[in-house]
Design a protein. Structure first.
Length: 491
């Protein structure tokens, strides 16, 4: 994207400028150049979007269509997005600062595949009605059915790090279930949400079923407090997630929260370091560390500790940081100056706490523009330190030694978070036993997460969130169960 573009809000099937006077410039985080301007949605805009979704649910055809009818429209939307995959990839690189390889796969290719999986596999086979077993009372018999019905209007609030990924993993199950929606992306990455309105229009999605607005706290508060909203699905930090949870409480909305993480990658003494070290390095540098499920705490058996730290430091030194448009670049920038400042503050805290700064810690030489950071590694870390407990959301990893399997489990579970995890061992059975003891929503054994399984539930324990996303589990979050029963006539 070399020229500045202007976008509008997508409300009730039409494009609008918004009711407020303020607009928001979207910056390319690698160049700090303005690539687009979007309206800054106001509370009034959010209210109109919610009202449109409410009307579409109460009076429109979408929730009353059969799954097959909804699926046909969503399949057309999938086809349109797939045809525009190169455009979406370029947009992601410009807006989110993603490297080319990551943009083509995790940022665009995988969410497009997941959207199609929801439409072609999950939706046609899902049991929207199930027979109840007969009930007997004396000489009478009762029968019935369980109906799975859309919950209603869903507010979908996504984060900046994987914009298209998060947006599609929310709208796919919500729309497949028959809900109507208001999607609000992060202020720093609104373009990969707004562009979805184009595909919805072209696919023939009824007006009001998918509304897309921008905005910050004011719009977000409306989406989580409005009595016209039945459910909020939020992805972001645990601090904001708690606010959303509290705001939704007054009207007893259902809330799904996908929040932060400080996930542990456990390297047992018999692990193959040629495989475990690249995984540990990926936890530091993938999308500049801006991933809630990245494995950012590397826990290593004390007998392999120095070897692992040295291998990770060598690998991090080979990471090429720079403009993500360059195919040779393996790590791009952070999303904003504010995020870089937060990461730098935590790095300073690690140094002051006495951790050993093995490599990195500063800004790369020769990159005066863009929000870049060096890949950074701390050793000599105690799990009680801030750098072992707080989420960086930046390219910083910590390495912590452990004595035995029980000690590794204790350290891994000593966290407010519980989103991801990994275990490396020459014995898959031993690794599996360790994995079972981790209090976290997902665990990769010997790199098992490298092949993303859309059918696996994704979500966290503890401060990492509530509810599950992806596949059947994600669809079920947008449904309510209704029991309809009747007696068998004796006449």
């Amino acid at each position: 994207m070399t020229e500045k573009h202007r976008y509008g809000l997508f409300i009730d099937g039409t494009w609008e400028d918004g009711s407020g006077e303020q607009s928001l410039d979207v910056l390319n985080p690698a160049t700090e150049q303005v690539i687009a301007t979007v309206p800054q949605a106001t509370r009034r805009d959010a209210q109109r979007a919610v009202a449109a979704a409410r009307k579409a649910f109460d009076d429109g055809p979408w929730p009353r269509m059969s799954p097959k009818e909804r699926g046909a429209i969503l399949l057309r939307m999938a086809e349109l997005m797939e045809a525009a995959s190169n455009e979406l990839t370029d947009l992601n690189i410009a807006e989110a600062g993603t490297t080319q390889a990551l943009a083509q796969t995790l940022q665009v290719g995988i969410p497009l595949g997941a959207f199609r999986d929801t439409v072609e596999r999950v939706l046609p086979t899902f049991a929207f009605s199930e027979p109840l077993p007969p009930a007997f009372a004396g000489d009478q018999i009762g029968q019935g059915v369980i109906l799975k019905e859309p919950i209603g209007v869903a507010s979908l609030i996504s984060a900046y790090n994987f914009p298209l990924f998060l947006n599609l993993f929310k709208i796919a199950p919500a729309l497949a279930a028959g809900c109507t929606t208001v999607l609000k992306p992060a202020p720093t990455t609104p373009l990969e949400a707004l562009i979805l309105g184009r595909f919805a229009e072209e696919a023939g999605l009824p007006a009001g079923v998918l509304n897309i607005i921008t905005g910050d706290l004011e719009a977000g508060q409306e989406l989580s407090t409005s009595p016209l909203v039945d459910m909020v699905s939020f992805t972001g930090s645990d601090a904001v997630g708690r606010q959303v949870y509290g705001q939704a409480a007054d009207s007893l909305k259902k809330v799904v929260l996908e929040l932060g993480g400080k996930s542990a990658n456990i390297v047992l003494e018999d692990a193959d370091l040629s495989r475990a070290v690249p995984s540990a390095v990926a936890g530091v540098v993938t999308h500049a560390g801006q991933g809630c499920a990245l494995l950012t705490r590397t826990l290593v058996h004390e007998s392999r500790y120095e070897e692992t730290v040295s291998a990770m430091a060598r690998a991090l030194a080979d990471i090429k940081v720079g403009d993500p448009r360059d195919p040779a670049v393996t790590m791009g920038p952070l999303i904003s100056e504010a995020q870089r400042a937060k990461v730098e503050s935590l790095i300073a805290a690690g140094v002051s706490e006495g951790a050993e700064l093995v490599c990195g810690g500063g800004r790369p030489a020769g990159l005066e523009r863009g929000y870049f950071m060096e890949p950074t590694l701390f050793a000599g870390v105690d799990n009680a330190m801030r750098i072992a407990q707080e989420e960086f959301f930046g390219p910083v990893g910590v390495v912590i030694p452990f004595k035995d399997d029980a000690d590794a489990v204790r350290i891994a579970n000593d966290s407010e978070f519980g989103l991801g995890g990994g275990v490396w061992s020459a014995s898959p059975a031993r690794a599996f036993e360790v994995a079972k003891r981790l209090r976290t929503g997902s665990v990769s054994v010997n790199g098992g997460s490298l092949a993303m399984n859309f059918g696996a539930p994704f979500g966290g324990y503890k401060h990492s969130g509530l509810g599950r996303e992806w596949g059947v589990h994600g669809l079920e979050e947008f449904l309510l169960s209704k029991a309809v029963t009747w007696g068998v006539s004796t006449g």
